[in-house]
Design a protein around this ligand. Structure first.
Ligand code: 1GP
Length: 233
């Protein structure tokens, strides 16, 4: 399958460590979303990732793995997203884990399938923020500098503003996107209804919907109806 992340506007993120029924997965995969991202901060294993991938693979849509630990690298996804947490104070999450993984698998990788994500984690309560010791007390200028770093200095195709669990500062998201020239701005965090999906869609290139899938599937499904007419990117 040829997968073009530049066309993605809406993505559902599924966590291998959380249960989802076949019925719910069917509705998610047939919802009209552009892709499924598989990933989570804790409890992600090879086994639960393989299981979830095999179930999603019954559907036509693109399915990518966001790699959070080396043990859970499962072949067979369309693409592999590698988060580089630019505002992590623990360097393990900027280059440490990546270094270890490349020592092990560097010669085996198909680089056409690898996509680097310049992550900026902005909700200090999120599991990912704690894990990476993210410096979350950032203003729009700080975030813009990280965004430029990802886009211009490192040539990363994605800048991911991660508010996981809370709905973020849309003005900050808007200002961040303005400084990007090539990278796509992914926004994730607290989208739990169509109205919030719409607000995020007006300032980001791609919106990611996670938690609400597990607590209110109906609301999650409504977020697919977001209108993205604003941007021609
Ligand atoms: C999490 O950015 C995603 O990695 C989505 O966030 O779970 O808050 O929707 P939520």
């Amino acid at each position: 399958m040829i997968v073009d992340i530049r066309k993605w506007k809406h993505v559902f993120k599924l966590d291998p460590d959380r249960d989802i029924s076949d019925e719910a997965l069917d509705l998610i995969c047939q919802s009209g979303t552009d892709a499924i991202m598989v990933g989570g901060s804790t409890g992600v294993t090879f086994d639960n990732t393989v299981d979830l991938m095999a179930r999603i693979r019954q559907y036509e849509l693109p399915c990518v793995l966001e790699i959070s630990n080396q043990e859970a690298i499962v072949p067979g996804f369309d693409l592999f997203f590698i988060p580089v947490v630019l505002n992590a104070e623990d360097p393990n999450w900027i280059v440490g884990q990546h270094h270890e993984a490349l020592k092990e698998y560097g010669s085996l990788l198909n680089w056409d399938e690898i996509v680097a994500e310049g992550y900026v984690i902005l909700n200090g309560e999120a599991a990912a923020a704690k894990l990476t010791k993210a410096r979350v007390n950032l203003d729009a200028k700080d975030v813009a500098a990280y965004a430029r770093m990802a886009d211009k200095l490192f040539n990363m195709p994605i800048v991911y503003l991660e508010y996981s669990g809370v709905f973020g500062d849309m003005e900050l998201v808007r200002r961040t996107r303005q400084v990007l020239e090539n990278a796509r701005l992914f926004y994730g965090g607290g989208i739990d209804c169509l109205a919030k999906a719409q607000q995020a869609a007006e300032v980001a290139d791609t919106i990611v919907v996670g938690n609400i899938i597990y607590s209110d599937l109906e609301q999650a499904l409504r977020t697919v109806n977001v209108n993205f007419d604003r941007t021609g990117r």
